[in-house]
Design a protein around this ligand. Structure first.
Ligand code: CA
Ligand code: CA
Length: 320
């Protein structure tokens, strides 16, 4: 049997199609005004975290928990005052807890002046003047302390986990005189901790004050910047010495490797975020006073910059 007229369903469908076309045309005309987002001020961070931070030194993106961890020296970087702490921020920089997640003020926690951090499974390793402290990243409970004082550590700074089961820690080797001037009583070097035992891995040029360290998987090498040198170093784990692969503004602190040939690091010398690519350093962004150890969320290409003297963390896009 055939229908003499188009079915009701077909008629409605045609009507609906016509309306949809009209609607699409109307939307097309209106779209630029209605849906274009306001342009972002490129000189303003995407967002800023400020509440509850005191002398923040390092930010770490914890992808497994979708959170940022921020170490707070809370006072003088070399002082053993047991008042340092670590806070958790959600992905958008908002405080997760009303009290510090890990707090030196607690009786069962020792934490003086926490600086660089790295995650090895569920263990959060934290550099703390002359010790490496481990905490359970789920509970915040202390799980280990590796004392490096016996090896002469004076100013442990950044921490990174290698591909060889080792935890690598830079020692800036510095101290501060009564007038605030920087002294170099210790060596600028890198320690490695394996099975909770520490040893010296490599010594860097005298008084370079090793600071940021990051693993460059493509080159099978560590990249390192120092607080008191313009050099960018590369150290292959089996080599006796690090080599200089380029220079930058100096005053280097946090370092993030983006790929085999590119890294981003902060400079206290010119208050910048600097990109290192193809052996050259180029300013990405200025106007970041006392920019310490940056964190990076690669999925969002988002860089977290602790403003050490400003008690805040600014979140900036890597590009734009
Ligand atoms: Ca304590
Ligand atoms: Ca640092």
């Amino acid at each position: 049997m055939t229908l003499p007229f188009p079915s009701r369903r077909a008629t409605h469908a045609l009507g609906a199609l016509g309306l949809a076309l009209l609607s699409a045309c109307a939307k097309k005309d209106e779209a630029p005004q209605e849906t274009a987002p306001p342009p972002r001020d490129p000189n303003t961070p995407l967002f800023t975290a400020g509440t509850g931070l005191q002398t923040p030194e390092s930010v770490l993106w914890d992808a497994a928990h979708g959170q940022w961890l921020v170490s707070n020296i809370n006072g003088n970087p070399p002082q053993k005052d047991d008042n340092g702490y670590i806070v958790r921020l959600d992905a958008d920089g908002k405080a997760i807890d009303s009290l510090p997640f890990i707090n030196g003020a607690d009786d069962d926690v020792t934490l003086h002046a926490p600086k660089g951090m790295a995650l090895e499974g569920d263990t959060l390793w934290v550099a703390d003047i002359d010790a490496l402290r481990g905490f359970d990243v789920n509970t915040g409970n202390p799980v280990a302390t590796v004392n490096l004082a016996g090896l002469g550590a004076t100013f442990l700074n950044d921490v990174a986990v290698g591909n060889d089961g080792g935890v690598y820690i830079t020692d800036s080797g510095i101290s501060f005189a009564a007038d605030g001037s920087v002294q170099h009583p210790g060596k600028s070097r890198v320690f490695v901790v394996r099975d909770r035992a520490a040893s010296e891995a490599v010594v860097l040029p005298k008084e370079s004050a090793a600071n940021g360290i990051a693993w460059n998987a493509a080159r099978n090498a560590w990249w390192i910047v120092g607080f008191n040198t313009p050099s960018v170093f590369e150290w292959v784990p089996s080599a006796k010495e690090a080599t200089v692969i380029g220079t930058g503004p100096g005053g280097g602190d946090g370092l993030i490797v983006l790929d085999g040939s590119r890294a981003v690091y902060t400079s206290w010398a010119d208050s910048s975020l600097t990109i290192f690519e193809g052996g050259q350093s180029r300013t990405l962004r200025k106007g970041l006073p006392s920019p310490a150890d940056i964190g990076y969320d690669p999925a969002r290409k988002l860089i977290a910059v602790p403003i050490f003297s400003g008690n805040r963390v600014e979140f900036w896009p890597l590009e734009g």
